[in-house]
Write a protein that binds this ligand. Structure first.
Ligand SMILES: Nc1ncnc2c1ncn2[C@@H]1O[C@H](COP(=O)(O)OP(=O)(O)OP(=O)(O)O)[C@@H](O)[C@H]1O
Ligand SMILES: [Mg+2]
Length: 246
């Protein structure tokens, strides 16, 4: 197990970057209004690689949609660095502070891989490292996730599922945000490629002090994280890590 900076005792205790308080969520039209999430209280912290486990249909994607500002909870509040997301502005939060790797990738299908990454940088205003060109930075990020330059210049519909997934990862990395959410980001990847992606998540959390939140069905991946949250029947429990903290 990799301990977070705080758990390793090397970082001062900082307030959580994202706090969910009393969050409940019910989809409209759901039979008898059964909530998907019930009174969830959660803190997500910088420097910590969190994973979320739970059976299919337990609400993992719903939780990410709320935490990433794509949807508003039916009840409860979500705060980024102490500010309610509604007050901060969902668009601003999504552009500047949070990036998501979606379960279904959500790539712009009429664009090439590299254009998908540069477009995300344009929209979010993320600056290339070292002040270089966006396209060069995008190609470097794609290379980091194992997409070579020829593949990067192909339309994304001409890529395999695993290659598309890696473009989605590179796109999120390009956004240079405080919190990275990822929904089953290694589901289409072979073991070796998946291990490379997990290494990137750990670096983001432990070396760049970002908050990383990854939904997975993969127990081995969860075992590499600092804090494992399990979602079941609308409630979240911490199954590993600092009890009560997340
Ligand atoms: N837009 C929606 N409208 C109505 N119900 C929804 C909607 N999205 C999800 N649900 C329902 O909410 C519950 C939780 O769905 P969610 O997608 O969050 O589960 P999950 O844990 O991500 O599952 P999986 O592991 O299969 O991806 C399910 O019962 C699902 O049918
Ligand atoms: Mg899901």
């Amino acid at each position: 197990m990799t301990a977070s900076a705080e758990e390793r005792g090397t970082a001062p205790s900082t307030p959580p970057v994202l706090t969910l308080s009393g969050v409940s969520h019910t989809y409209q039209g759901r039979r008898r209004g059964t909530p998907v999430l019930r009174h969830v209280d959660l803190d997500f912290e910088r420097g910590v690689f969190h994973t979320i486990l739970g059976p299919s249909g337990s609400g993992k994607t719903t939780l990410l949609s709320l935490a990433s500002g794509l949807d508003r909870p039916t009840e409860g509040t979500i705060r980024f660095e102490g500010r309610d997301l509604g007050e901060l502005g969902l668009g601003r939060y999504r552009n500047r502070h949070a990036a998501t790797i979606f379960q279904q990738y959500n790539l712009l299908t009429y664009m090439t891989a590299v254009q998908n990454v540069t477009t995300a940088m344009e929209i979010t205003g993320a600056k290339p490292a070292g002040g270089g060109r966006r396209s060069r930075h995008a190609l470097e990020l794609l290379e980091r996730v194992g997409i070579d330059r020829d593949t990067a210049r192909r339309g994304v519909l001409r890529l395999s599922g695993g290659q598309q997934q890696r473009v989605a990862i590179a796109r999120a990395l390009a956004c240079d945000v405080d919190i990275l959410f990822a929904d089953e980001p290694t589901g289409s990847l072979d073991e070796e490629t998946a291990a490379g992606i997990v290494t990137i998540f750990k670096e983001l959390a432990h070396e760049q002090n970002r908050c990383v939140v990854v939904v997975t069905h993969n127990q081995a991946l969860a075992a590499e994280s600092d804090r494992v949250l399990t979602l079941r029947r609308g409630r979240v429990t911490v199954t590993r890590g600092r009890p009560g903290a997340a």
